[in-house]
Design a protein around this ligand. Sequence first.
Ligand SMILES: Cc1ncc(COP(=O)(O)O)c(C=O)c1O
Length: 285
Amino acid sequence: MPEFPCVVYLNGKWLLHQEARISVFDRGFMLGDGTYEVISFYEGRFFHFEDHIGRLQYSLSQIDLAFDTSVLEKLCEEAVNRNALTDSDGAVYIQITRGIAPRQHAFPASVRPTCLIYAIPVALGDFEKRQVTVKTVPDSRWSRSDIKGISLLPNVLVSEQARKEGVFEYIFVRKGMITEGTHTNIFFVKNNILLTHPADHHVLSGIGRRVVLDLCKELDISFEEKPVSLSELENVQEAFLTGTTTQITSVIKMDDIIFNEGKTGTITRKLQQGLIGLTRPGYFV
Ligand SMILES: Cc1ncc(COP(=O)(O)O)c(C=O)c1O
């Protein structure tokens, strides 16, 4: 279970989490009008920090929210320091909302964005030992899942269903094609080629997803950014999920289909070893 952080940053102040307050008229609270990022750190070192900030800038630009992201690196480092996590694994959460204004849908004339940052410990070791089951569900989200918006109701409802049913993740299906999970991207191996949905408007361009595609180039693994249909699953040999805290998690069962006789496949293993090499320098020494 996630924990509350000790200290959070809110609009220029560091506060105990119990003392941090936002207005009931914050547009994040009222309208879900904002964006967020989650950045992992391994033994205190950020993983692909610049890529996360780049994606945050993209989300901000897509929702027309002006915010100077150059302040974030120092603040994220401070969040890790202030929560005594400099030697730990964990994640920093950043949320930017459009700020406080009387409720109306259209943007208010001039308003200062709200910025919240905190760091928490997250267990990031041994991800390669996990083997999980997932299920599919129709993709009920809007058609701009490339924006990391804070309005997450479809993801919340489906995650709750997953929790109740004891499955790790629900995977969205749009017009018969598999898009992504509630908080993960998904990859399949079919005929020795790694397949994942293209980074279009229907999926988040995951940083974990990009790391895997870069590893493929390095490790000589063939890949295609091409959606996989539900009907193709019978011919899939391996599957895995990627995400900042999910890392590379082997999927052994999806609905009623078991992949690779319920064992993590060779390509998944190679990529997991590649990720360990990137996140734990010195591991192979
Ligand atoms: C819907 C969705 N897809 C994919 C991902 C994976 O993205 P990343 O690898 O950047 O964590 C996330 C992460 O939260 C997500 O919410």
